[in-house]
Structure formats: structure tokens, C-alpha cells
Ligand binder design. Structure first.
Ligand SMILES: *Cc1c(COP(=O)(O)O)cnc(C)c1O
Length: 481
């Protein structure tokens, strides 16, 4: 069919793109559009060769810091590894060319992959069932809270509040509000974990659930989890786990074993799908038996060796995403999980934990460590000593760029002043971690001996310190003046 396509240079008054025969009621694109929308003059496209285009993008990409160029220790963002083999599987024609409206009998492979992936994630979570629909961690959270709401409503006992620890990720209280709940804070104790006395004070019969990140955003495992879930369940409330950083727990402990009713995964943080601007994201949710009837629909089911979408779930909260989720991401995550298998999944977490503890051991004498508990996949230092000498966490973050490293997450979690939240991840070598620690130690020395060089940094980047707020409000992405 495509050999009938003819491209002509688009000139005013001349018919351009010829449509494939029989596909549409008109021969030319122009005939489908009202006259007033038709171009009156040729488009102002730059005349450039293939080499020039390639060089342009390569040059731009080297001006930025990215994972292909250097270490990227942003905390709570977890792994930033996108294996190239993921792109190979996601580009297989059967996956790449499928359309959400392809009839089920022609998309058995895609349906099988979704069915299998949901099963693998359910097993990893130690729970009952999984929906692949949510497009991000935050949307997984919303999906979870809508299910918790549906659960309480179905019992005929609607509830109004969700408890959120003061160390939680900003998306947690935001989700609570969007889901129509009131967010109630619970304090952290001196170990950086949930303060059980404070928790007991805020639990009442209006509480629908607790949103807990485990390991929490300080990188510390909530070792009282068994008690916490008991307290919540005794009060008729449910347990939501923010599993964004699940790469600390794979094969070691499962949310289901900790009494969790609902957990979201960030495929872009634990299962190697692209992160941030390279997305789109994917935030599947797994649920316990209690919440299973409320999962989004449709779900893929298997009958007599065939797969189909089942819409017949009367208590479902409905759809949370157009069609079935970000399918290309599901292919990548499936590839990653199958490529590793159960033992290696555990090794991933063990490496993440070892790397974080190794890096912490190198830095703990040089920075304040506000919560000195053993850590999992990440740790949080404070630059308050450095601040007393006149250089803040922001200055340290900027100076790191001169040493060829991306900054860690700074000023989060909110309960740590001058926070430097560092997550080395499982995929970095000892040499990289050593070099990063040396850079931070050197910056620490500079603050004592040559502070200006830190305060005026970065010196080596194409642009210096940006006004982030202005950059977001007055976007300027022109190719040329
Ligand atoms: C990243 C993160 C989220 C939000 O995930 P998105 O995919 O960015 O929406 C929620 N909670 C924690 C702990 C996170 O690290």
C-alpha cells in the first residue's frame, strides 16, 4: 500500500501529500481541511544535512548532564539505568506496531505480556492482583486511595482521613488531597521512623488508611512495620505502601508480608524503564484480597490458553488511563524482570544497599548525619556544618557539576535541614562511588579554604546558576535568535 504514497514539496497552490488510495474519502490531505487552515506560504524549515542535524543534537546533549555522561545520585529517584536490550524488545514489530484497538485475536502476544507482567509484579509484591494502568507513581497513589475509598464506602462506612508521615514524598499528601481526603501528619522519632506514640494519637474511626514509604525517604527501613499495620488494621483502616523505591526490597521482603493492602511500583525507578523527560512513566498497583474487587478495569484474563480483556468487575473504580496503560514501558519492565530472574532481582537490591552503605561510610565523617540508622538504598546527610561556614547545600550541589557529577536531591526530605539525599543505585562501580566521595570531600575542604570557588560555581557549565522559577515561567527554547 505504501508504494502509492507520493511526497511532493509543499508549495502554495499545489497539492502536497497524496493519501493512500481507498483509505480516506479524499485524495489529498488538503481536501479534508477547511480552506482557512491551509498553509499560504512554504514552511520555514532549516536547510540542513543529516550530519548537521546529528551534530546539533549531539552537541546539545553534551551540554547537559545525563546518565550516559556521568553519575547521577539523585535520591528517591532510584535507578536511572535503561538497558539497551529494553529498546530492542520494545521495538519488536508485534509490540511496536500494535494499536490499542487491534482486535484481541490479533494481539495475543501483547495481552500475554501484560498478563504475565501483572503476575510477576503480584508475586514480587506478595499480594493478590495487579493493575498496569497507572502512568506514574503519583497516579498509582491516586488509584490506590480511590480503591481504599471504594472499599470503605462498600462497607457502608465512609471515612475522611489518611495518615501521612512527616518524612513522606510530596506526592503523598498531594494525592490524599486530590482523592478528597484530609491529610493527617504523623511525626518521625529520633531513629527517623514513624513515632508509634504519635501514630496512636492520630488514629480514629475516621481514618481510612496510612500511606507509608518503606524504606522511607531517609533510606531507613520502617522496622516497626508489623506493629504499625496491626494498629491500622485494628482500627479498620488500610495500609498503602509507596513502593517507589522498591529496588531496596526485591527478593528480601514483600509488601504483602508486611501487611500492606496496596502498593504502587515505579517501573521507571525499579524496573529500568526511562525516567523523567525520557518517559512516559508507569506506576502499576498491586493489591491485597480486600482491595482486589476495586482494581481498575479492564484486566487481562486467560481462558483456555487465550487472553482477553475482562470488563466485568462491578465494584471496579473504573479506568484511570486511556486504553491499558503505557504499553511500551510494560515491555521494557517485563524484559528487565525476565532477563534477571528471581535470584538476580535479589542481587539488584543487595547491590543497591551495599552501594549506599559504602558511600555513606566514606562521607559520614565529613557531613552531619541527622539519623544514624543503618540505611537501605539511599541516605540523607545534612550540610548544616557547611552552612555555618557560609556554603549551603545548593552551593555544594552546584560545585559538584564542576567535578562532573550531577547533584544529589537537596532540601528533601523536609525534616532534614540542608538535606543532601544521596542514592548511588545498584548499577554504579566502586570506582565511581570513590570518585564521587572524593569530590564531596574536596568541596568540603574548599569551603574551609577557598569558599568563593564554591559560592560562584558552577564554572564549567554552558550556563551558570539559573533562576529556576523564571526559566519555567518564561520558557525560551529557540533554535536560533
Ligand atoms: C518518585 C516518587 C514518587 C512519585 O512517582 P512519580 O512516578 O514521579 O509520580 C512517589 N513517592 C516516592 C517515595 C518517590 O520517590
Amino acid at each position: 500500500m505504501y508504494n502509492k504514497l507520493i511526497f511532493e514539496i509543499s508549495k502554495p497552490g499545489r497539492k502536497g501529500y497524496t493519501l493512500p488510495e481507498n483509505d480516506l474519502p479524499a485524495k489529498h490531505v488538503e481536501d479534508l481541511l477547511p480552506e482557512k487552515y491551509l498553509r499560504q506560504s512554504p514552511p520555514q524549515l532549516p536547510e540542513v544535512s543529516e550530519n548537521e542535524v546529528m551534530r546539533h543534537y549531539i552537541n546539545i546533549s553534551t551540554k547537559n548532564h545525563h546518565i550516559d555522561k556521568g553519575f547521577y545520585p539523585l535520591g528517591s529517584c532510584t535507578m536511572k539505568y535503561n538497558p539497551k536490550v529494553n529498546e530492542v524488545t520494545a521495538a519488536m514489530p508485534g509490540f511496536r506496531n500494535t494499536h490499542p484497538r487491534t482486535p484481541e485475536e490479533y494481539s495475543q502476544g501483547a495481552l500475554e505480556l501484560m498478563y504475565e507482567l501483572a503476575g510477576l509484579l503480584t508475586e514480587i509484591a506478595g499480594l493478590e492482583s495487579t493493575s498496569l494502568q497507572p502512568a506514574a507513581g503519583a497516579q498509582g497513589e491516586l488509584t490506590g486511595l480511590l480503591m481504599i475509598r471504594a472499599y470503605h464506602d462498600k462497607q457502608g462506612k465512609p471515612r475522611k482521613k489518611i495518615i501521612v508521615p512527616d518524612s513522606s514524598h510530596g506526592t503523598n499528601p498531594a494525592t490524599v488531597t486530590i482523592a478528597g481526603y484530609q491529610s493527617v501528619n504523623v511525626k518521625s522519632n529520633e531513629n527517623g521512623t514513624v513515632d508509634l506514640n504519635d501514630l496512636a494519637k492520630v488514629i480514629d474511626e475516621d481514618v481510612a488508611g496510612l500511606m507509608l514509604t518503606n524504606p522511607n525517604t531517609l533510606g531507613i527501613f520502617e522496622d516497626q512495620i508489623t506493629k504499625i499495620q496491626q494498629m491500622m488494621h485494628d482500627a479498620g483502616a488500610l495500609m498503602y505502601m509507596d513502593g517507589a523505591n522498591l529496588n531496596a526490597l526485591l527478593g528480601i521482603v514483600r509488601p504483602g508480608e508486611m501487611g500492606i493492602d496496596c502498593v504502587h511500583f515505579n517501573l521507571h525507578k525499579t524496573f529500568s524503564t526511562p525516567h523523567g523527560g525520557g518517559g512516559p512513566g508507569s506506576g502499576p498497583v498491586a493489591v491485597s484480597k480486600r482491595l482486589e474487587p476495586f482494581l481498575p478495569k479492564p484486566r487481562v484474563v486467560k481462558e483456555n490458553g487465550r487472553y482477553r480483556f475482562n470488563y466485568d468487575y462491578p465494584d471496579s473504580i473504573g479506568k484511570v488511563h486511556s486504553f491499558f496503560g503505557n504499553f511500551g514501558m510494560l515491555v521494557r519492565a517485563y524484559t528487565y524482570i525476565r532477563m534477571h530472574g528471581p535470584e538476580e532481582l535479589r542481587a539488584i537490591s543487595e547491590n543497591a544497599i551495599i552501594n549506599a552503605n559504602y558511600l555513606l561510610s566514606k562521607l559520614r565523617d565529613h557531613f552531619e548525619l541527622p539519623f544514624d540508622s543503618p540505611v537501605m538504598h539511599e541516605f540523607v546527610l545534612s550540610a548544616s556544618r557547611q552552612k555555618a561556614m557560609g556554603a549551603r547545600a545548593m552551593d555544594i550541589a552546584k560545585r559538584l557539576l564542576d567535578y562532573g557529577f550531577h547533584a544529589p536531591t537537596i532540601y528533601f526530605p523536609l525534616i532534614v535541614r540542608e538535606a543532601l539525599m544521596i542514592e548511588p543505585t545498584e548499577t554504579e562501580t566502586k570506582e565511581t562511588l570513590d570518585a564521587f566521595a572524593e569530590a564531596l570531600i574536596k568541596i568540603n575542604e574548599e569551603i574551609k579554604t577557598n569558599k568563593e570557588i564554591v559560592l560562584d560555581s558552577p564554572h564549567s557549565t554552558p550556563v551558570k546558576r539559573l533562576d529556576d522559577a523564571k526559566a519555567a515561567k518564561e520558557i525560551d527554547v529557540c533554535y536560533k535568535e
